[in-house]
Design a protein around this ligand. Structure first.
Ligand code: DAH
Length: 355
C-alpha cells in the first residue's frame, strides 16, 4: 500500500472514532501542522520523477481534501453536541418568581444641581468645575482675602498641610479664579460643587454644596445681576413673581456686596415662595472687586461684572420640603428612596442636562 493510502486509512479510522475537540485538533496538527504528515508529502513532490509527479499530486490533493473535510465536519459535530448538552442541563423554570429590580434614585442635591445648570445654561452660562482640594492662593489670596484677613478664620478652613497652602475649598469662588486665569474675557460661567467648612448643626454640614456665578464683560452692571438672579429664582421655584431684596453686606471679593433674601410665607405648614412678609437669605453676591480682576490679569478699566454664590443644599431643602440638612449626607437608603427622584420620572423643569 502506498504511503498516502496508509496515512489516509489510519487517519480516517481515527477521525471516525469518538473524539473531543482537543483530540481532533491534535490529529489536525499531526496531518497539516508544520511537520505534519500531509505537509511533508507536499514537500516531497519536487523529488518525484516527472512521469509519476502528476498522478501523485492528484492523489495527494484528493486525500488532503478528504481528511480536511472530515476534520471540519467532526469539529462542527462536536460543537453542536456541546450546545445540545448545555441546553439539556439549562432548563428554564418559568414558574420561578421574578427577581426584584431595585431602581436607584437621584439624590435631591444632584437633581437640584441639574436644575440649576439647565436654568443658567438657557441664558448663556456655561458650567465649569474645579477641584475640592485647592491652594490658598485660589481660595483666598486671589479673591482679595490676604493673610490674616478675618474671613480666613470665619470660614473655619480645613487645612491639609502645616504650611496652610493646601486646603479643602471653603467656597466655589476659586473656580472664578481658575476660569479667569485660564481663559480670556468675557466670562459667563456657573460652577456648582462641593465645599467644606468645619461646622455642623441642623443647618450646617462640614461638606455642603454651592454654585458660583460669574459674568464679566465690558458693560456689565448691577442691573444685570439683579435681572439674572430674579430670572433664576423664578425659574427654580417655578413661580411667576417673587419678592427679592438686596441687603448691603461685605465680601472681600466684591464691591459693592449684597446678600439676597427672598420673600415667603408658611401656608398649611408649607413654604410658599413669592408671597408673604417673611424673608429668607439665599445667596451672596456683588460686583467683582477690581483687585480680583488684577490678580488674574484682567484689566478692570476695560472689564467688569458680577459674581454670586448660592447655597445649593438650602435651595433643595426649600424646594423639596426637607428640613434637616444632615439627612442629605447620612446615606440612609430609606431617606433617599423617599426624597430622591425617579430617573425615569423627573420633575417638570428638568431640561435634560446630565450630571
Ligand atoms: N463665597 C461666598 C461664601 O461662601 C459666597 C459669595 C458671595 C460668592 C459673593 C460670590 C459673591 O461670588 O460675589 O460665603
Amino acid at each position: 500500500m502506498s504511503d498516502l493510502k496508509k496515512i489516509r486509512d489510519e487517519f480516517l479510522s481515527k477521525l471516525r472514532s469518538k473524539l473531543d475537540l482537543s483530540q481532533v485538533n491534535q490529529l489536525k496538527t499531526e496531518l497539516f501542522g508544520k511537520d505534519g504528515l500531509i505537509t511533508k508529502q507536499f514537500k516531497k513532490i519536487g523529488s518525484i520523477s516527472v512521469s509519476e509527479r502528476k498522478k501523485y499530486a492528484t492523489e495527494l490533493n484528493k486525500i488532503k481534501d478528504e481528511l480536511q473535510n472530515l476534520i471540519i465536519s467532526k469539529i462542527g459535530e462536536i460543537e453542536i453536541s456541546e450546545v445540545n448538552e448545555k441546553l439539556k442541563k439549562e432548563k428554564i423554570d418559568v414558574s420561578l418568581p421574578e427577581r426584584s429590580i431595585i431602581r436607584g434614585k437621584i439624590h435631591p442635591v444632584s437633581q437640584t444641581i441639574d436644575e440649576i445648570s439647565s436654568i443658567f445654561s438657557e441664558i448663556g452660562f456655561s458650567v465649569e468645575e474645579g477641584p475640592d482640594v485647592e491652594n490658598e492662593f485660589n481660595n483666598f489670596t486671589a479673591l482679595n482675602t490676604p493673610d490674616h484677613h478675618p474671613a480666613r478664620d470665619m470660614h473655619d478652613t480645613f487645612y491639609l498641610d502645616e504650611k496652610k497652602q493646601k486646603l479643602l475649598r471653603t467656597h466655589t469662588s476659586p473656580v472664578q479664579i481658575r476660569t479667569m486665569i485660564n481663559n480670556k474675557p468675557p466670562f459667563k460661567i456657573i460652577a456648582p460643587g462641593r465645599t467644606y467648612r468645619s461646622d455642623s448643626d441642623q443647618t450646617h454640614a462640614p461638606m455642603f454644596h454651592q454654585v458660583e456665578g460669574l459674568h464679566i464683560d465690558k458693560e456689565i452692571n448691577m442691573g444685570h445681576l439683579k435681572g439674572c438672579l430674579n430670572y433664576f429664582i423664578k425659574e427654580f421655584f417655578e413661580v411667576d413673581k417673587i419678592k427679592m431684596r438686596f441687603r448691603p453686606s461685605h465680601f472681600p471679593f466684591t464691591e459693592p456686596s449684597a446678600e439676597v433674601d427672598i420673600g415667603y410665607k408658611i401656608k398649611d405648614g408649607k413654604i410658599v415662595i413669592g408671597e408673604g412678609d417673611q424673608w429668607l437669605e439665599i445667596l451672596g453676591c456683588g460686583m467683582v472687586h477690581p483687585n480680583v480682576l488684577k490678580n488674574v490679569r484682567v484689566d478692570p478699566a476695560k472689564y467688569q461684572g458680577y459674581a454670586f454664590g448660592i447655597g445649593i443644599d438650602r435651595l433643595a431643602m426649600l424646594k423639596y420640603g426637607i428640613n434637616d440638612l444632615r439627612a442629605f449626607f447620612d446615606c440612609d437608603y430609606r431617606w433617599l428612596n423617599h426624597f430622591g427622584f425617579d430617573p425615569l420620572d423627573v420633575p417638570t423643569n428638568y431640561r435634560g442636562l446630565s450630571r
